[in-house]
Structures are given as C-alpha cells and as structure tokens.
Design a protein around this ligand. Structure first.
Ligand code: FDA
Length: 396
C-alpha cells in the first residue's frame, strides 16, 4: 500500500525572522503550518544580529528607509504591521529593550530572547518547526505544491519562501529562493551585497595604512543619499555605519564623498588658525577638528613642509576641501562574506504588495530579504521581515 504524502495547509521554507513571523500568523488563523529549515537552529541571523543584542526594529521606520526598484511596494506591509506592533509583542513577552541611537531598538539582554519569543509564539499558535531539513525545488500540483525534502515528500496548499538573501554564506545563506522564483518564471532583479564595508585600491590603502582603527563621525554622500554616522578606517578600506549605509547606494566605478568634519567650515577654521598662529603646521591646526593621525596625514598630503602662514587662501581651501569633501573611488566591497544584507531579489512587480503572493502563481509567497526590498542599517531589515511575514501570514 502506498503511504499517503504528508499534507499541510502552509509550508514555509526558512525559519528566519520573516518565516517564523509568517508561520505564527498562519497557524493562528487555524492553518496547519510547517516551517522547514536546513540549518540546525532557527533564527541564526537574529541570534548574531546587533552584536548579539538584535536591533529588532527602528522606532522611526518609514518606507523612505528602504531601497527597491519599486519604492512604493513596501508601504502596504509596513502600514499593516508596524514597528509599534512588533514593539508591543516584545513588551508582551517582558523583553527589556532600549534605544541606542537614531531610533534603533536593541534588547537589553540577548538576541536569543527574540528567537525564543518567536518560537514560543509559534508553539502557542500550533505551528510546527522541522530543522536540519533541506528541500528540492517545488513542483506545482493540483491544489498547491509538492516539495521533496530530506525528511520525505510534502504537499501544501500555500508555499512561503523565506530563505533570505546571499549574505554570509558561512551561515547557510543560499540563492535557493531565487531559484524557486525562476522555476515559476518570476523575475529576479540583480542581487548585490548591501550594508557592506568598502575596499580601497592598494596605493590608497597604503597611504591610509596609518589610520587603520581610527573612527570618527562623518557625512557620507552618494548622489542624493546622505548619512551622518561614524566611519572607521580598516586594514582593507572603510567601514562603520555611514559607510555601510552608503554602500547600498554605491556602484562599481562611482565616487563617494566624505565630509570628515561635518558641520564645520574647515576653510574658515584654518583661516582663523592662520590668523592666530601662522607658524603652526597645518596638521596641528587640523588636529583641533580631527583625530590626530588623520589630521597629520591630511596636512602632510596637501601642505607638506609648510606652515599655515605659507598657505594662500587657495591652498587653504584645497586642504579644507580634502577634509569637508574628500572624494574617492572605492575599489570594491568585502562582498557577501561580510554584507549584512542582499540588495535586489524577487521582483516586486511579480508580487502582490498586500499579501506577498506571486501574481501569476496563486499560493506561492515570497517574504523577507529574498524580495527586492532592502532596508537601511538600524533595525529596518528586521521590520521588513516582520511586516512582510505578517502580511503573507494573513493570506497563506
Ligand atoms: P534570514 O536569513 O533571517 O532567514 C532565512 C532562513 O532560511 C535561514 O534560517 C536559512 O537557514 C534558511 N534557508 C536558506 N536557504 C535554505 C534552503 N535552501 N533550505 C532550507 N532553509 C534555507 N537587521 C536588522 O534589522 N537589525 C540588525 O541588528 C541586523 N544585524 C545583522 C547582523 C548580521 C551579521 C547580518 C548578517 C545581518 C543583520 N541584519 C540585521 C539583517 C537581518 O539579519 C536580515 O535582513 C534578516 O535576517 C532577514 O530575514 P529573513 O527571514 O528574510 O532571512
């Protein structure tokens, strides 16, 4: 006798932030819901996020904090399940949290509390979780989908793809979600690493080598995108929040402008310093505005061997520009190895913005990072995972 194939209302592939949220909501609606994940533990990216404290949302989330080929796509989901909704859930579970900066909310204790909260919610709602379970590409069958998994074949009415992006392959990130989209003829916009440190060419890197380890507040600009946050000089190039943010907008061959003394008119400051003490080295005058090693390097690069009195207004202006508007071309990025997110993904034109369902494939849903919606640094990516997961959970 043939054994009957295990049958579910909803199968979610990926027990990350988006998949768990979706499964909780679907199970709450009485749908028989299974989450599978090839990893041995659920929510691994939640666990390591925010330096182990999980920046689980941003109090000021708006659609403007997201990149996508269709900037309006995220509006509906973000409105239907807001940061306040997630904050209320965190509060209900008695998890202490605090705002670190710029609306970024972190656990007081550990990111593990967010994973535990989601698992408790899933369990209470009656959802099932199966770990260390891999799946082959699904097939369309009458009334739903058939999925071969390492734990045997399954059929389901609704299939939710929550496999995340390609970032950090060492943690099990795969392009599986894009393959599923391709199988059903959905478009995938080009993917690239986002929120990632930028690298510099060897000549520039050698010049900047003495600065490795120095961090300072700066303004990073690329086109219309602008971020006022810290930057960090590293052995490979540049990192820090302002660089990670601008990296999502940067493309190979583009320049980035850095204001290393935001809010300070360095030309005016240097002119005043020249008036007060013209015998100062330019590097010493700049040290009032910048970390000493950086001030020294700027002075040595643009006014070596001269003191302030030797410098004309034009020369001072040039030096000031190197601080207020340092333009450089990154050589590249550190890639998926260290990128926090993947830009691009399943084309939103093929998805319904209210439910995340594929327009041409009823019952197939894509949520979270696998979709072409990418947040800024600061809790926005988890909010997208919660909101898109919740939206699909109402419909799957
Ligand atoms: P996520 O990647 O979380 O989950 C996907 C799941 O699918 C994984 O469990 C994976 O094992 C599983 N999977 C993949 N392929 C599979 C396959 N073939 N078969 C079965 N299962 C499969 N964001 C933020 O808002 N605040 C923060 O503090 C941070 N911090 C942070 C730190 C670091 C180091 C990284 C790398 C990323 C962040 N992020 C972040 C980004 C955030 O982690 C990310 O946007 C979300 O985890 C995306 O949630 P998803 O559920 O879409 O994917």
């Amino acid at each position: 006798m043939k054994t009957p194939i295990e049958s579910w209302d909803v199968v979610v592939i990926g027990a990350g932030a988006a998949g768990l949220m979706c499964a909780i909501e679907a199970a709450r609606r009485g749908r028989r819901t299974l989450v599978i994940d090839h990893a041995r533990a659920p929510g691994e990216k939640i666990r390591i996020s925010g330096g182990g404290r999980c920046n689980f949302t941003n109090a000021g989330t708006t659609p403007k904090n997201f990149l996508s080929a269709n900037s309006g796509f995220c509006i509906s989901a973000l409105k239907r399940y807001t940061q306040q909704d997630f904050i209320a859930l965190v509060r209900r579970h008695g998890i202490g949290f605090h705002e670190k900066t710029l609306g970024q909310l972190f656990c007081d204790g550990s990111a593990r509390q967010i994973v535990d909260m989601l698992l408790r919610e899933l369990n209470d709602a009656g959802g099932e979780l199966r770990l260390a379970t891999s799946a082959a590409l699904p097939d369309r069958v009458e009334g739903g989908f058939r999925l071969a998994t390492s734990a045997g074949p399954l059929v389901c009415a609704s299939l939710v793809v929550a496999t995340g992006g390609k970032s950090i392959p060492k943690m099990g990130a795969t392009g599986f979600g894009y393959d599923i989209a391709g199988r059903f003829d959905l478009k995938v916009t080009p993917t690239r690493p986002g929120l990632v440190p930028l690298t510099l060419d060897p000549a520039l890197l050698e010049r900047l080598a003495p600065l490795a380890g120095i961090g300072l507040p700066a303004r990073a600009t690329h086109g219309k995108a602008r971020f006022d946050e810290a930057i960090l000089f590293t052995h490979r190039g540049l990192s820090g929040p302002a660089i990670l943010q601008i990296s999502s907008y940067w493309r190979e061959g583009d320049e980035i402008a850095l204001d290393l003394a935001p809010g300070t008119d360095v030309f005016a400051a240097l002119r005043a310093a020249r008036g007060e003490n013209g015998r100062q080295a330019p590097g010493s005058a700049l040290a009032a505005l910048l970390p000493r090693r950086l001030a020294q390097l700027a002075g040595d690069t643009h006014a070596a061997g001269r003191n302030l009195a030797d410098l004309s207004d034009k020369a001072l202006r040039q030096l000031a520009l190197a601080v207020n508007e340092w333009r450089f071309k990154p050589a590249g990025s550190e890639g998926y190895r260290t990128a926090e997110v993947t830009l691009g993904g399943v084309d939103t034109a093929d998805l319904d913005q209210k439910t995340m369902q594929a327009r041409a494939v009823p019952g197939l849903f894509f949520i979270g990072e696998v979709v072409d919606v990418t947040g800024w640094l600061g809790g926005y990516n988890f909010q997208w995972a919660w909101s898109s997961g919740w939206a699909a959970g109402q419909a799957a």
